[in-house]
Design a binder for this molecule. Structure first.
Ligand SMILES: CC(C)(COP(=O)(O)OP(=O)(O)OC[C@H]1O[C@@H](n2cnc3c(N)ncnc32)[C@H](O)[C@@H]1OP(=O)(O)O)[C@@H](O)C(=O)NCCC(=O)NCCS
Length: 157
């Protein structure tokens, strides 16, 4: 089941962020602070969603929000799945859910930013598989030798 996250899900989402390999444990404090604002009721258009198993365990999570000063462009800032469950369709289900929700909200374009490093090869393959187009690379964005790769998809009405 995929549902919107609440403040009560925060610890499990932070656990997924580390377990998936996306966030080093030492950066989890920064993510935690960002989540406090994003999970608040005042963050209109900002959505944390989670995939929950029948037993009530959170398996994956995603966060998307509108890009400021655009007409219907959203950014998928976070998507992660527990290591043991990768490759079993959880990420695809979360991405499809985001796309479906955005179409209801007049979302027009979804962009996703990731890293050029080899350990993100499978992640980039995941976006290509879901018909996202690589539209930009910003050299050395994250660090020396690590570019930012931007994927883009137009959301059909
Ligand atoms: C990228 C991620 C969200 C995809 O979710 P997922 O549940 O593993 O993916 P699905 O099972 O829905 O889809 C499988 C496809 O995803 C890709 N994929 C990405 N990572 C994978 C992994 N570790 N194992 C298997 N497939 C993976 C493959 O292209 C695969 O399809 P293929 O085997 O036909 O090539 C997830 O692997 C993850 O959390 N990765 C680490 C965190 C991350 O990179 N997040 C995105 C930051 S921008």
């Amino acid at each position: 089941m995929i549902r919107h996250a609440s403040v009560a899900d925060k610890a499990a989402i932070l656990d997924i962020a580390v377990d998936s390999g996306l966030f080093p444990a030492e950066h989890v404090g920064e993510l935690s602070e960002m989540m406090d604002a994003q999970l608040g009721a005042t963050s209109e258009g900002h959505h944390w969603i989670v995939q929950e198993s029948e037993r009530g365990t959170l398996q994956g999570a995603a966060y998307y929000a509108p890009e400021a000063l655009t007409d219907g462009t959203f950014n998928l800032y976070f998507i992660a799945v527990r290591e043991i469950l990768k490759g079993k369709g959880v990420g695809s289900a979360l991405l499809h859910y985001v796309e479906h929700q955005l179409k209801q909200e007049q979302g027009r374009v979804l962009i996703i930013e990731t890293s050029s490093l080899d350990n993100y090869n499978l992640t980039r393959r995941f976006y290509l598989k879901h018909e996202y187009t690589e539209v930009a690379r910003i050299p050395e964005f994250f660090s020396a030798g690590e570019d930012k790769v931007v994927f883009w998809r137009k959301l059909k009405a």
